[in-house]
Ligand binder design. Structure first.
Ligand code: PLP
Length: 394
């Protein structure tokens, strides 16, 4: 009996249907290619695969055409050569640790780092035999005194997640290069648009794509971007061993948002800067921690190294207001929601007790810090909302 396709059973024909639904069809959208299994033409092709080659398809977990396009666009955007995608910004941070650090190694972490990064470092120190030490983010070239023979990795964040100090990145990377220590920056705040890490001597850039790249508050993803191929391969090997992958559907959502990211970022920046300048004039506010304003430690490095700021900044209230009063202030805002994450259209406000979050750098302020994320609402409406709640404080 000849096994011609038309004589196969219905179930087989359904499974084996090979419809090319889009011959000659081209559009602006990147197709969503879902796959766990990747099919090889023959065993020789399978055996010739090399995991180092980003252009080869091996397994859906490692990459699909959709995820590769996103990775390539992110690498180009940031000024790097390679990118790997992880299912959250935090898993990108984790990928850096597991790609570079082994038992006996030492890691330096800025005192104002994104706090789950701090927790990750503490976890590895407690359970996996590394040492994680914290440094004053304004240490600059003084980082040289902290580097030990076993220091493998120095984290940077510019500016720090909540307190917004802008480090002298160039001073730190210059020392690190001379001492052969890898540097990784969490560059989420600038979205890779307003700060060019590889021009500043940084080795690895981490992006929480969950923020501006998604822009919708509805997708979680992260990326590690590198200029150097050896470093990329170290991260890639760890990613593969940890079984980390991303869904093509999520990649497609981010690919859809990416073209508008710069325009959104600039709008967030305009509104946030205007509100920050206005808040500076308010008697209830002791300090405005916006890198583009002189109150912010490291403002001079912002001026030197950044081309914009986006929507995230903090203020410190006058110490005469209790933490409970500031909680009420945040809860009573109508156009600012209470929530983690940011980068979407909706404004957010969140109070922080900074003194409890750091161990190295003295925190000079007494009042409660509130971090604002300025979304895409009308700036005048946001200002009126804050103004009304400030008046209620008095
Ligand atoms: C949100 C954020 C992350 C983590 O991103 P997730 O996708 O939420 O895990 C990392 N770093 C910074 C600075 C962030 O703001």
């Amino acid at each position: 009996m000849t096994d011609t396709p038309s004589r196969r059973g219905l179930q087989t024909r359904i499974v084996r249907a090979e419809d090319d639904l889009t011959p000659g069809f081209e559009s602006f959208a990147v197709p969503v290619t879902r796959a766990s299994t990747v099919v090889f033409p023959d065993l020789a092709a399978m055996r010739a695969l090399d995991w180092r080659n980003d252009a080869q398809w091996r397994y859906g977990l490692h990459a699909t055409p959709t995820s590769l396009v996103l990775a390539q666009r992110l690498a180009a955007l940031e000024g790097g050569n390679h990118a790997l995608l992880q299912p959250s910004g935090l898993s990108s941070i984790s990928n850096v640790y597991f790609g570079l650090v082994k038992a006996g190694d030492d890691v330096l972490i800025p005192d104002n780092v994104y706090s789950p990064n701090r927790d990750h470092g503490d976890w590895l120190a407690r359970d996996f035999g590394i040492t994680a030490r914290y440094y004053d983010p304004m240490v600059g070239a003084g980082i040289a005194d902290l580097i030990q023979p076993n220091t493998r990795l120095i984290w940077l964040e510019a500016p720090g997640s909540v307190t917004m100090e802008v480090p002298d990145v160039r001073a730190i990377t210059t020392v690190a290069r001379a001492r052969n220590v890898v540097t990784a920056i969490d560059n989420t705040w600038s979205a890779g648009l307003a700060f060019r890490p590889f021009e500043q001597g940084v080795d690895i850039s981490v992006q929480a794509l969950t923020k501006y790249q998604s822009g919708g508050g509805d997708v979680l993803m992260g990326a590690t971007i590198t200029a150097d191929r050896e470093l990329h391969l170290k991260l890639k090997a760890a990613r593969m061993r940890m079984g980390i992958g991303v869904s093509s559907d999520d990649c497609s959502l981010i690919l859809r948002s990416l073209p508008s990211m710069k325009i959104r970022f600039e709008q967030h920046d305009r509104s946030a800067l205007a509100l920050a300048k206005w808040l500076k004039t308010r008697p209830e506010i002791a300090a405005v921690l916006h890198p583009a304003l002189p109150d912010c430690p490291g403002h001079e490095f912002y001026e030197r190294d950044f081309t914009g700021a986006g929507g995230l900044f903090s203020v410190v209230f006058d110490g005469k207001y209790s933490a409970a009063q500031i909680d009420t202030f945040c809860e009573s805002l109508e156009l600012f929601s209470l929530g983690w994450s940011w980068g979407g259209a909706h404004s957010l406000a969140m109070p922080y007790d900074i003194a409890s979050m750091r161990t190295e750098a003295q925190w000079p302020h007494r009042g409660t810090l509130v971090r604002f994320y300025i979304g895409l609402e009308e700036e005048a409406d946001l200002r009126a909302d804050i103004e009304q709640r400030l008046a209620a404080l008095a």
